[in-house]
Design a protein around this ligand. Structure first.
Ligand code: NAD
Length: 256
């Protein structure tokens, strides 16, 4: 599907160096968006170069730690000066820690919250500040997780689930707050997708992927490209009347 309104629009993707963030950035670039990639990994420079070469659109990048409001502010200032005011935001930066809750250290707990919740908040706040100052409309897509509404088995990841539930609520609250100013905010909640985040566990335990797939009605894990249709639709004006929602994309996992 082509969304002509996205052609030339500036999109900013956090966690954009690899994985679901980079894949979604490719989908936005394929729609003609000029794309800024933010990531804590220095590789983000190569990712931005590859994106520009593969899709023939303007790109930029910033090595950014989303847990730092200063780092996020500097990155947004760079992107705005280079490409223009972002009108599409996708927050894909995220981490997980698997550990029995009684054994989770304060540092682990704070790290998960800092990246997944604080980092999403700082990016969303900077995005809205730019749009409100420029008096322009925009669409934010916060990457939450089905783990924000169901409990995964067998892994223990209470901190991750709590952080992602908060991300979905952050989307709803800000969507209502900014609706009259033309800023839409939704969250997407992927199920099990193939990426480094899941591979770090399935590589060490091949039975795990089989166990997950056995619980997914569509019978497979999601490919990063499975997110393309949903995220480009939410980014574009085709979803102009859709805000303050969480859209679960999980191959049917949460229905059974
Ligand atoms: N893979 C899945 O099954 C799945 C399911 C549901 C939700 N998600 C969410 O999707 C998003 C993308 O995850 P992924 O699966 O592609 O994993 P990934 O580990 O490949 O990508 C996460 C990206 O976030 C970046 N990042 C981490 N900490 C950061 C920080 N402090 N500042 C800036 N960037 C930082 C990483 O460098 C990496 O590029 C995450 O928010 C994750 O929670 C993933």
């Amino acid at each position: 599907m082509t969304y002509t309104d996205l052609d030339g629009r500036v999109a900013l993707v956090t966690g954009g160096a690899r994985g679901l963030g980079y894949s979604v950035a490719e989908a936005l670039a394929a729609q003609g968006c000029r794309v800024a990639l933010l990531d804590v990994l220095p590789d983000v420079a190569d990712s931005a170069e590859r994106l520009a070469a593969d899709h023939g659109v303007g790109t930029t990048h910033a090595v950014t730690d989303v847990t730092s409001p200063d780092s996020v502010g500097t990155a947004f200032a760079h992107v705005t000066a280079t490409l223009g005011t972002p009108q599409v935001l996708v927050t894909a930066a995220g981490i997980t820690v698997w550990n029995d809750t009684v054994d989770v250290s304060p540092e682990e707990w704070r790290r998960v919250m800092a990246v997944n919740l604080d980092g999403t908040f700082f990016a969303l706040q900077a995005f809205a500040r730019g749009l409100l100052a420029a008096d322009r409309p925009g669409s934010a897509v916060l990457v939450a997780s089905m783990s924000g509404s169901i409990v995964n088995l067998p892994q223990r990841q209470a901190s991750y689930s709590a952080s992602k539930a908060a991300v979905s609520m952050l989307a709803k609250a800000t969507a209502v707050e900014w609706a009259a100013r033309g800023i839409r905010v939704n969250s997407v909640s992927p199920g099990y997708f193939l990426s480094q985040m899941t591979r770090q566990f399935t590589d060490a335990n091949p039975d795990l992927a089989a166990q997950w797939v056995g619980q997914i009605p569509l019978g497979r894990m999601g490919e990063p490209a499975d997110l393309h249709g949903l995220v480009t639709f939410l980014a574009s004006d085709a979803s102009a009347y859709l805000t303050a929602q969480d859209l679960v994309i999980d191959g049917g996992y949460t229905a059974v």
